[in-house]
Design a protein around this ligand. Structure first.
Ligand SMILES: [Zn+2]
Length: 317
């Protein structure tokens, strides 16, 4: 920062402090935080998904939240909607680190949380996103370009940052998962680590007094890009299968990727069959939000460092 920038910054800070409190955005409702993977050494199977935080970061979050907020079970949010200090904690995707790394920390602070898990898929331990992360992390740029053309029928944008977004947003149901699977199987790869909670893990979580569970599809497809039949299979049938396996512990559903533009009227229609609300993930506080006439629970993706969390809780509208 040069001296001119510093002067502007200092004046801005002073003005901000002097401004009447009414001008400061004061978030009103409760917040729901979203985490995925807590892992100090994420494998190539998750590295490009951008969903991992370190154990130290996660522990700092939980310590801070336990000291400064009221952490409530997700199922009790309705009683705390207008309380800006109320927080519920959720995990998506069912990575095994939820039990092996996050749970011991959450137990130590007595913090309740909800985990949304995937139904078992044919691809076993690595769904298409994990295979894609592996390929993006280990292939040459010409191999990745070839993969993009076969999987999404186009080149990657010039400003592409190495993440999975173009494959999600240009997903073609009849092409993308198969092209990624073929490339993955043809590519020499190291032994696959156990990425997801095992059946035994989920049963243990289902019995745990701090834990609530919900469903999160089977294959984590971007639901706005697939056929009605696939939406039904991913949302309704996957939820039913999880309920058969784990009983009433499975309660509710959350949207893969969580973006607003994935919530088409058709997608919401199927979500309505397994949940009373739409649980999304593009930020924002609890409030009177709805999507296609269904109440919406917006969650804040919180897997950054403590400074990012503080900022999100302070300024998230
Ligand atoms: Zn997810």
């Amino acid at each position: 920062m040069n001296s001119r920038q510093r002067l502007i910054f200092q004046s801005y800070k002073r003005l901000w402090r002097l401004a009447p409190p009414a001008l400061h955005p004061r978030p009103a409702g409760a917040s729901v935080l979203l985490y995925h993977n807590v892992d100090d050494a994420p494998s190539p199977y998750v590295r490009r998904l951008g969903v991992t935080m370190t154990t130290a970061e996660f522990e700092a979050h939980i310590r801070f939240l336990a000291e400064t907020r009221t952490i409530v079970p997700f199922s009790r949010l309705a009683e705390h909607l207008d309380d800006p200090k109320a927080i519920a904690i959720t995990f998506d995707d069912g990575y095994r680190t939820i039990r092996s790394v996050a749970l011991p920390i959450l137990e130590r602070f007595g913090v309740p949380f909800k985990a949304y898990v995937l139904a078992p898929s044919e691809s076993g331990n690595a769904i298409w996103l994990n295979q894609l992360s592996y390929l993006l992390d280990t292939c040459s740029s010409s191999e990745v370009s070839r993969l993009a053309r076969s999987a999404i029928g186009s080149d990657l944008p010039p400003d592409w940052r190495g993440d999975v977004t173009p494959f999600v947003e240009h997903f073609i149901e009849t092409r993308t998962p198969a092209a990624i699977r073929d490339a993955f199987e043809g590519h020499r790869h190291e032994a696959m680590p156990d990425l997801y909670l095992s059946d035994e893990d989920i049963r243990a979580l289902a019995e745990h007094p701090l834990v609530e569970l919900g469903s999160h599809t089977r294959n984590h497809y971007p639901l706005h890009r697939v056929s009605h039949e696939t939406v039904e299979a991913e949302v309704v049938l996957a939820h039913e299968e999880l309920t058969e396996r784990y009983g009433e512990a499975i309660d509710g559903f959350c949207l893969p990727f969580g973006y607003r533009h994935h919530l088409t009227e058709n997608v919401v229609r199927y979500i309505r069959k397994v949940d009373e609300s739409v649980v999304s993930a593009y930020g924002g506080r609890m409030g009177a939000h709805s999507v296609h006439g269904v109440p919406e629970i917006r969650r804040i993706g919180a897997w950054g460092n403590l400074g990012v969390l503080w900022h999100q809780l302070r300024y998230e509208p």
